[in-house]
Design a protein around this ligand. Sequence first.
Ligand code: MG
Length: 155
Amino acid sequence: MRIGHGYDVHRLAEGLPFTLGGVVIPYTKGFVAHSDGDVLIHAIIDALFGAAGLPDIGAHFPDSDARYKGVSSLALLTECVHKIRAAGYEIGNIDATVIAQAPKIGPHITAMRNQLAHALGIPVSDINVKATTEEHLGFTGTGEGVSAHAVCLLK
Ligand code: MG
């Protein structure tokens, strides 16, 4: 078994889409990013690459590459899983936490887990997503950005 950890942050701005865990959530703000800015998927990708001992998300999908402009992070996740399997690993389980003051994430967690399980090719019971606010502290607490942590096991 090999453990991996991933962390990501994206800034929020008015009038952009808010896509998290592959689910578009209605909100007045969305992510400033080269891709769709899905911090949850980016954290999961870095956990998987980390556990496999591979370079990070920025090395595999550089934001200087026009191919990744506006790309769905679900597509990046699928490509990441191909690379993990090609390296000889299978996913054990993944656990992730989203830190966001707003919007409310809880009502969308089931949809996120379904989307992620499909892209990862694993049962829904092997991908967990949790959410917390940061009690109005720091950049997540003021609504300037959203962050996510993920850990995974590869076997
Ligand atoms: Mg990112």
